[in-house]
Design a protein around this ligand. Structure first.
Ligand code: ATP
Ligand code: MG
Length: 396
């Protein structure tokens, strides 16, 4: 076969029982979508997936696809040859210059003979392969405990040769846990929450509450940019933009000033539930972290959760800001999140927001606002943006 080959190591999927093939199928589908132009083909063998792509596929394309896909613990560029002694050592000789080995440090050969009919034992394969490595890199010493480089050789249906490779982002394949609606603001937290929710296999759509002109076009552009950055992790996404100005002005006009933020958050839950029901999302996800701000105290969450019958997931509940920032930098959202365009919460937020609201009283106050007509009107005027699995905005 003249294709390029990558060996994909499965993460948590390999611990699954009878339903493992469902997870594997989703993983393959998610990879296939990203690499559709490279003619991907898959072969499955004992806890590993072998991915073949067209020979001229740049390594960077495969790296970008696999490094943003949940469900794999790692991958390595691999080489294969027929189960023949001569061909094996010839192949090692041929590929060694293409590997990342340098003539300094140490190496180890990790040989495994799954197919016992192969005439050489694992030990014999390792010794002979080591001779070939030493021919190319005479200064490399052998170190079985802590080598600089490891060359893996697996004798299976064919022989596969590969090196350490790259670490994957773990998790479970997107779509394996069903779908949810994530409230995406322009801040640091919610894009990170989307990464973590997708990591556990949720298929996400995003909802942004836009209070134009109190929040600017730039604020919307920022949220769109964040959606496009996380879309490779979520295997594409839709961003729903709900014009929320009228609802917010109504809240500001009718509520006690200290309660406005919580009323706004309750209205967000009511709207998110309506949209979730329309699009079939089974849960609402937010970027809240316990006690980070006034609206995220336990009492505040008890109240806002009571305004929806849906399950509300908060992947960042126990994360410190610093931990959130670290992930945000790693996934590439941080620089966009810290751009200065304020979101509506900030503009409408009171000086002394309530931190320990009493649920029963707040529910009464919220009901008195009767926001359904504002929310329904907002839903009628909702905009939708679509992002493909590479984060590109597309028509549909
Ligand atoms: P973030 O950094 O994600 O903006 P935050 O710490 O600023 O969060 P809040 O503004 O209280 O906290 O928002 C808490 C959560 O509510 C956000 O993480 C997000 O899920 C949701 N949220 C807040 N504002 C909006 C908005 N304008 N549109 C959609 N969701 C929002
Ligand atoms: Mg915010």
């Amino acid at each position: 076969m003249n294709d390029k080959l990558y060996l994909i190591k499965l993460g948590e999927i390999s611990l699954k029982g009878g339903n493992r093939h469902t997870f594997e199928k989703l993983l393959r589908e998610n990879i296939r979508e990203k690499l559709s132009e490279c003619n991907p083909k898959f072969e499955y063998q004992k806890g590993r997936i072998f991915l073949y792509v067209d020979q001229d596929t740049p390594d960077e394309v495969v790296t970008k696809a696999l490094s943003t896909t949940f469900g794999l613990s790692g991958w390595a560029k691999a080489y294969e040859c027929e189960k023949d002694e001569g061909k094996l050592f010839g192949k090692i000789d041929e590929i060694l210059p293409c590997l990342s080995f340098k003539n300094e440090g140490s190496f180890k050969i990790d040989a495994r003979r799954e197919d016992k009919s192969f005439p050489l034992s694992s030990y014999q394969v390792a010794c002979k392969a080591a001779e070939v490595v030493s021919k190319h890199y005479p200064s490399l010493s052998v170190d079985l405990k802590n080598p600089t480089y490891t060359l893996f050789i697996e004798v299976r249906q064919k022989i596969y040769i590969y090196t350490e490779g790259e670490k994957g982002i773990g998790g479970l394949p997107v779509k394996s846990a069903g779908s949810a609606l994530l409230l995406l603001s322009g801040g640091i937290d919610s894009p990170v929450a989307s990464y973590l929710a997708a990591k556990r296999g949720l298929k996400l759509d995003f909802l942004y509450f836009h209070a134009y002109p109190y929040t600017s076009d730039e604020a919307l552009e920022k949220v769109k940019k964040l959606a496009s950055i996380v879309a490779p992790y979520t295997s594409g996404a839709r961003l729903f933009v709900l014009p929320f100005t009228d609802a917010q002005l109504e809240i500001k006009r009718k509520s006690h000033v200290d309660e406005t933020t919580l009323m706004f958050r309750a209205a967000m839950m009511e709207s998110a539930e309506k949209l979730s029901k329309r699009i079939g999302a089974k849960a609402i996800v937010t970027g809240e972290s316990l006690s980070q701000v006034a609206s995220q105290t336990l009492d505040a969450m008890v109240f806002t959760d009571s305004e929806t019958e849906m399950l509300v997931l908060r992947p960042l509940l126990t994360y410190d800001k610093e931990e959130i920032i670290t992930i945000s930098k790693r996934i590439g959202t941080y620089e966009t999140s810290i751009l200065p365009y304020e979101d509506c919460c900030v503009i409408f937020s009171p000086k002394h927001p309530l931190t320990h609201p009493v649920k029963s009283i707040m529910k009464e106050h919220y009901n008195a606002l009767s926001l359904s007509s504002e929310i329904d009107k907002a839903m009628e005027n909702m905009m939708v943006f679509y992002y493909d699995e590479w984060g590109k905005e597309v028509d549909k």
